[in-house]
Design a protein around this ligand. Structure first.
Ligand code: 4GY
Length: 253
């Protein structure tokens, strides 16, 4: 997958996108990230990439010409252009999956008050928002999307199964994870995980996922639905929780 990022602040990306899994993915050549400084495509004496808004008002607006010039300088034959803003389609795992099928993504990151409307009219395929809050620019939103999309590209995660095996593809939240030591400051790892009984472990994990999702995100469960087996597992988990009441000592009235 090819990724081009149009921004006035390319240095914002260097740490996050050149660490850990995305660093490896680029070293392996599975994804290629290219940074384009919009300021390099200004033509005036002061290299001005922004200007006062027509009609007046506070702040500055990013100029259309440098962005379009920067976009036109990108070699492309089948690209998909994304602009980040709170006005966009809400980003989620489904959209991440859609974008992971594209061969070339181009991100336009705005800053200041906004971007000249004509940029959207001319080159944007989809405007995306990562949530209902206002950032100082689109850069951090672009990084969030690139991270979520890149891990779905085949070969990016070392372990091929783990991208899709994970919580959201099953529309359930994760079960709790543990590693050594068995006891940390009195907190024990659940016995079943030490049993070596993989059928039992899978059932325990499924039960934990179901309980977690029921307690924290009932909205997800209502959309997903539950099989008969899953309902039985949940009732079982429920009963086991209820049994904890009996472990509490009785207190005189
Ligand atoms: N939320 N999701 C977001 C954002 C900042 C002015 C355009 C968001 O994606 N982007 O808050 N962006 C604005 C700042 C220019 C981007």
């Amino acid at each position: 997958m090819k990724i081009d990022i149009l921004t006035l602040f390319p240095e914002m990306f260097y740490g996050p996108l050149n660490s850990s899994i995305l660093k490896k993915a680029q070293e392996k050549g599975i994804i290629t990230i290219n940074y384009i400084n919009i300021r390099d495509f200004t033509t005036d004496r002061h290299h001005q990439a922004d200007d006062k808004p027509y009609g007046g008002g506070a702040g500055m607006v990013m100029k259309v010409e440098p962005i379009i010039k920067a976009y036109e300088a990108i070699p492309k034959n089948n690209s998909f252009t994304i602009m980040l803003s709170p006005q966009g389609r809400k980003f989620n795992q489904k959209l991440a999956r859609e974008l992971s099928q594209k061969e070339h993504l181009i991100f336009i990151c705005g800053h200041y008050e906004g971007i000249d409307e004509r940029v959207r009219q001319l080159i944007v395929d989809e405007e995306i928002s990562i949530g209902d809050y206002i950032l100082t620019g689109g850069e951090i939103a672009a990084m969030v999307i690139i991270d979520a999309v890149a891990r779905l590209v085949p070969g990016v995660l070392g372990d091929e199964v783990s991208a899709e095996e994970e919580s959201f593809s099953d529309l359930l939240l994760e079960y709790p994870h543990y590693t050594r030591p068995r006891n940390f400051r009195g907190l024990e790892v659940p016995e079943v995980l030490l049993s070596g009984n993989h059928k039992k472990i899978d059932l325990w994990r499924k039960k934990q996922s179901l309980l977690n999702t029921l307690f924290r995100r009932r909205d997800l469960l209502k959309v997903r639905g539950l099989t008969k087996e899953e309902k039985i597992l949940l009732w079982q988990g429920f009963f086991e929780l209820a049994m904890l009441i009996d472990e509490i000592p009785e207190r005189s009235e």
